[in-house]
Design a protein around this ligand. Structure first.
Ligand SMILES: Nc1ncnc2c1ncn2[C@@H]1O[C@H](COP(=O)(O)OP(=O)(O)O)[C@@H](O)[C@H]1O
Ligand SMILES: [Mg+2]
Length: 346
């Protein structure tokens, strides 16, 4: 278990992290998410022992490591730029830390072979120079080099951001599988929201050195949808259920659902439903004008939702009390699956 206890980190007069309190559980895949410059790397480096907090303590398994040298913390690190030794072979790169630790030759051979298998590097690749490998292979070498030391904690600082999109997706899965396989406590840094949501047990959302939120992907994504996507309807289960009854096959009514208000269209009752859309009946409860749009408040049985309709002469408009048909493409309904941990806890 890792604890940041009232940690402040300064660079001269500049306070990069004002007061961080955070606990990361054993075996957890924990992600620091936030825009460039918000302090993710700094927080990671403090845990690794490369920067010393100006206030507060960092504890690992209850032990205060704030002043413990970085090579005594048993932490592995993987960086965005891999930081491999270009003049050494793949095998020599992976074996480097074991050599420094003066392990005997047989043990080094065995441990390198085992970890290479784990990250899917074959004998041929082990003999190659670093520059002969692709970006994805180099990243696997970097992971193997960290993991061969059997660290208690693995830190990953934007490890996938130099890879192309397809490889990034593959590596996400591989990395996550490996983390689960080893059960290693991992602290992962990314500015990529999707990556964080897909891989993490929990996410801390950072902004200017402050932790704005901390929770499971599902807890955090609720806020994302509302903060980053503008005005959103949070659909009650019975509305989701009515959409399922109306033919939506992609919606799970047991999960929270979100629908942006501009994705909700209105039609008069009795009008045919356009292809690809689903129709749910409701009544106009309110209407307000905002420059170029009308915002409608709609009643669907006991629940309400909103729709924004442009005043462009194309769309039909309605008055409070009018019965309407609420149209939407079910593809626009956003849902986030439960994470494995949440399932396990349930
Ligand atoms: N060694 C340093 N000296 C001075 N300022 C630094 C140093 N390292 C980071 N910073 C500053 O601290 C802030 C957080 O940086 P960093 O942790 O690298 O952010 P992130 O990893 O989220 O992009 C930035 O404003 C950065 O300029
Ligand atoms: Mg960084």
């Amino acid at each position: 278990m890792i604890t940041y206890d009232n940690v402040e980190i300064r660079f001269g007069d500049f306070v990069a992290v004002p007061n961080l309190n955070l606990t990361i559980e054993k075996g957890e895949f924990f992600t620091l998410l936030g825009p460039s410059g918000c302090g993710k790397t700094t927080i990671l480096r403090a845990l690794a022992g490369f920067v010393t907090p100006s206030k507060g303590r960092i504890l690992i398994d209850g032990k205060d490591v704030t002043k413990v040298a970085s090579d005594k913390r048993n932490i592995g690190m993987v960086f965005q730029n891999y930081a491999l030794f270009p003049s050494l072979t793949v095998k020599e790169n992976i074996a480097f830390g074991l050599k420094v630790a003066k392990k005997d030759k047989a043990e080094i051979e065995e441990r390198v072979a085992n970890i290479a298998k784990e990250v899917e590097l074959n004998q041929k690749q082990l003999a190659r120079g670093i520059s002969e490998l692709s970006g994805g292979q180099q990243q696997r070498v970097a992971i193997a080099r960290a993991m061969v030391m059997r660290p208690k904690i693995l830190l990953l600082d934007e490890p996938l951001s130099n890879l192309d999109a397809k490889l990034r997706h593959q590596m996400r899965i591989q990395l996550k599988e490996m983390q689960t396989h080893f059960g290693i406590t991992s602290v992962y840094v990314t500015h990529d929201q999707d990556e964080a949501l897909a891989m993490s047990d929990r996410i801390a959302v950072l902004n200017a050195g402050h932790m704005e939120q901390c929770g499971t992907p599902r807890e955090v994504s609720t806020e994302f949808v509302c903060n980053f996507l503008g005005d959103v309807n949070r659909l009650e289960p019975r509305v989701s259920q009515r959409m399922v009854d109306a033919g939506a096959t992609n919606i799970d009514p047991t999960l929270p659902s979100y629908l942006r208000i501009e994705k909700v269209r209105l039609a008069a009752k009795g009008e045919p439903t356009p292809p690809g859309l689903i129709a749910v009946e409701g009544v106009v409860a309110g209407k307000s004008y905002h420059g170029i749009n009308y915002t409608y408040e709609l009643k669907l049985g006991q629940t309400t939702m909103k729709s924004v309709v442009p005043e462009d002469g194309m769309a039909r408009h309605f008055e409070p009390g009018d019965p309407v048909v609420v149209l939407t493409n079910p593809e626009n309904v956003l849902q986030y699956p439960e994470t494995q941990n949440e399932k396990a806890a349930a």
